[in-house]
Write a protein that binds this ligand. Sequence first.
Ligand code: KG4
Ligand code: ZN
Length: 336
Amino acid sequence: MTVLALETSCDETAVAILRDRELLASEVASQIALHEKFGGVVPEVASRNHLRHAPGLLERAIRDAKIDIKNVDAFAATSGPGLASSLMIGASIAKGLAVGFSKPYLAINHLEGHLLSPFFRSDKIDIEPNVSLVVSGGHTLLVEVLALNKYRVLGRTVDDAAGEAFDKVAKLLGLGYPGGPEIERLAQNGDRKRFDLPRSMLDSENFSFSGLKTAVRYLLPKIAVISTDARDDKLLADLCASFQQAVIDVLVRKTIAAAKKRNVDLVTLSGGVSCNEELRKQMRERCALEKIEFKVAEPWLCTDNAAMIAFAASLRLQSGFVSNVRDEIDPNLALA
Ligand code: KG4
Ligand code: ZN
């Protein structure tokens, strides 16, 4: 079974080809540099660049995979959530190919792509019940996964997503975009106990990160961390480490509590923020302590890519799900 998938929900144009469990090609063209100067993703610029990049990526993916496009069994694309004008590009291409080659079309929820990604390399293909934490630039979701297509959202952010908090704090500190990798790099040499930052909504399964961001903002004048001439690198590292630890504490604590409450013995972690080595390590350690199995995707699969969309599509196809090419993209597509 060969599936070709496109992912264009935000600012990454991606194409992947998956044959059974073997990834034949995975191409990602990032637009980060283009949007950086605007301080965020500009939808119009994103969609024009998806259109510019997609044909070349498709050609390259087919060449890398050494297949004939006629032998692709199904075409898939992310159909939401995301930016409407971006989603439209990938979905239109996949629908066009499906119609042109008379093959099935699969519309995939971007969040389902993330939350299934920890199973990408698993020998066992059936999805065991698990509590799944999806942490990206746009989402912070705690989900009870009962089976493929059976998801119950337990909690979500009431303000900023976890990745958004990393990005906004990085901006406050004068660091580059995306902020997560920058903060992680600086935090490596920092003292995570130096600053006492808030851990919000600990008694809820929802999340809130805007208070943490504001707490960092109020600290800045006191410690003059961004006055570039006299920038105190130790102070900056300590602040990054303290901020990162505050986010990790909340994510780990709520995920473990949710897993224990539902009596599941598997926790999965996905989304761009799960590239963070400290988060992976601390979640793994807490799971081991609680005798809960832990699965996280390899870092390249954590940020947006089309391999996770192809994987979700192939699992759906095997279970008999197909979509209608008349189904429209939905920028607010719900997971459950
Ligand atoms: O999943 P993703 O590529 O895109 C969305 O669907 O949003 O996630 C991007 C987010 C950004 O906010 C970025 O700062 C964050 O993931 N991120 C990280 C790290 N690498 C990426 N956050 C913390 N630590 C990292 N190492
Ligand atoms: Zn994503």
